[in-house]
Design a protein around this ligand. Structure first.
Ligand code: PLP
Length: 486
């Protein structure tokens, strides 16, 4: 079958929006037509609407039917500066970008001469404390974590060999996928965590069975993640007991699991799994356990990184004495990869490697993003907007305790629970019909993942819409009698 040549994308323009403008149901007729066109070729059930990207601006997405929608989901937390940010558009029109648009480098063989400077001045500029090096990967968070796991395994085996080269036997047996060359080593992760969908990552991911079923997995250990009670200030004693219970389990598993643990991976907020976080104490203790047992401590900042919590890296809230060994990133950073301590660089070349090893074009974008974050003081804006939004959500929760509970999060990285998955999905649908696009996570959670430019005016639109929807909403399912918990 022949398909017509695709049309070029239309030119970027900068209309201004400050409230939703709804013309059709969402998805509207044009989106529905595109869905059926696309469905012949691919799965489309995950798509909410098609976009007119050129007309979208700031925090507002314009869909293919001309609806103007406040975007509080931001392409699954991956849109740092909103749509068509003027600084990005200006930078992208500069001649320096053109060579990186016209070809893509194999950065491990022939990097552009600008690359060392970019690594130093763009990426290392935002390096988490304690990480002296950085490695870029294919672009997605999964590739960042996948390679971080490899770095942890290679580090662990090098330590066990006291730094000497792999033996002849190891080199032979690895070709048969057998020990000692392919050693029995594991990555410990937590219930409800999400670290990606590639084969290695999927063995660490524990959020939803549908992501994992039918796919062979490494038999790696999983530990319970603390389920905190909200509000945190009123439940400190119970929460500490809960965290200690989980920490005890981590230590037990490390000492008893048949496959020795080489790395612990944890998200600062378990996002896909329902936005669950622990207190700094929990992470401080995890760090201590990792150090005491010679295990790499990997922090997955794919979703939390790049400012959405009000700090550039969410783990800055933990105030660790000894920083993480590896911090992975992607999404809002546009570039994916991981920061690492020097000792995690493999002794041999080609061990963590692929064709592209990153993308200079995305690095140019990141340069703009970090400049705008700094110049426009976006971390403060995120905190200020969050400090306005969270108490308002808490008020709405107090007024509608059967519909909205457990308001939580930092900065604009906020979430709340609804009675069940059905009512959550109904809520998201109704919000979208009124021009506010939000996301779900976990079983019954609503998550906010706006761009960093999301301001009080946007938050007000969100709150007003939310209150209208909540007022009109009939609770589906049978959970009206009891307040929800996560
Ligand atoms: C914490 C975390 N890690 C890893 C990933 C995987 O990233 P990607 O979907 O870009 O592969 C995600 C994606 O949502 C994530 O939230």
């Amino acid at each position: 079958m022949q398909y017509p040549m695709k049309r070029a994308f239309s030119k970027v323009s900068f209309p201004k929006y400050n409230k939703p403008e709804i013309r059709t149901e969402i998805p509207g007729p044009r989106s529905k037509q595109l869905l059926s066109e696309m469905n012949v070729l691919q799965e489309t059930r995950t798509i909410n609407f098609f976009m007119n990207t050129a007309k979208s601006q700031g925090t507002y997405a314009v869909d293919a039917d001309g609806n103007v929608i406040l975007d509080v989901f931001g392409h699954i937390a991956s849109l740092p500066l909103g749509y068509n940010h003027p600084a990005m558009a200006e930078a992208a029109s500069k001649p320096e970008w053109l060579p990186f648009l016209l070809q893509r480098h194999a950065l491990g063989v022939q990097p552009p001469e600008e690359w060392p400077r970019e690594l130093r001045e763009t990426l290392m500029r935002v390096a988490p404390k304690g990480c002296s090096e950085v490695l870029t990967t294919c672009g997605c968070g999964s590739s960042a974590n996948e390679n971080a796991f490899k770095a942890a395994f290679i580090w662990k085996r090098a330590r066990e060999r006291h730094g000497s080269e792999p033996t002849k036997k190891e080199l032979q047996t690895c070709m048969q996928n057998e020990a000692p060359g392919s050693p029995q080593k594991s990555i410990l992760s937590f219930e409800k965590c999400f670290h990606g969908r590639t084969l290695g990552c999927l063995s660490a991911t524990r959020s939803k069975p549908i992501h994992k079923v039918d796919i062979p997995a490494f038999p790696w250990p999983v530990c319970p993640f603390p389920r905190l009670s909200y509000p945190l200030e009123e439940n400190q004693r119970e929460n500490r007991e809960e965290e200690d219970r989980c920490l005890t389990r981590v230590e037990q598993v490390i000492h008893t699991h048949p496959i020795p643990v080489a790395g612990i991976i944890v998200e600062p907020i378990l996002a896909e799994g329902g936005d669950h976080a622990a207190t700094p104490y929990f992470y401080q203790q995890l760090r201590r356990i990792a150090t005491n047992n010679g295990i790499a401590f990997i922090v997955d900042e794919v979703q939390t990184g790049c400012g959405a919590t009000g700090k550039f890296w969410a783990h800055e809230y933990w105030q660790l004495d000894n920083p993480p060994d590896i911090v992975t990133f992607a999404k809002k950073m546009q570039v994916s990869g991981f920061f690492l301590k020097g000792e995690f660089r493999p002794a041999q070349a080609y061990r963590i490697y692929n064709t592209w090893m990153g993308d200079p074009l995305r690095m140019l974008q990141l340069d703009v993003i970090t400049n705008v974050i700094e110049q426009d003081n976006l971390l403060k804006l995120v905190s200020d907007t969050g400090n306005f939004l969270k108490p308002e959500l808490e008020r709405i929760s107090r007024e509608n305790p059967y519909l909205i509970a457990n308001v939580r999060g930092k900065g604009t990285f906020l979430a709340f629970d609804m009675p069940n998955g059905e009512s959550r999905d109904q809520f998201l649908f109704e919000m979208r019909q009124k021009g506010v696009h939000m996301g779900g996570c976990g079983e019954n959670t609503v998550r906010l993942r706006p761009p960093l430019i999301f301001c009080q005016q946007d938050a007000t639109v969100l709150l007003e819409t939310l209150e209208t929807v909540v007022k009109n909403m009939k609770v589906s399912g049978n959970h009206r009698e009891s307040a929800p918990t996560h």
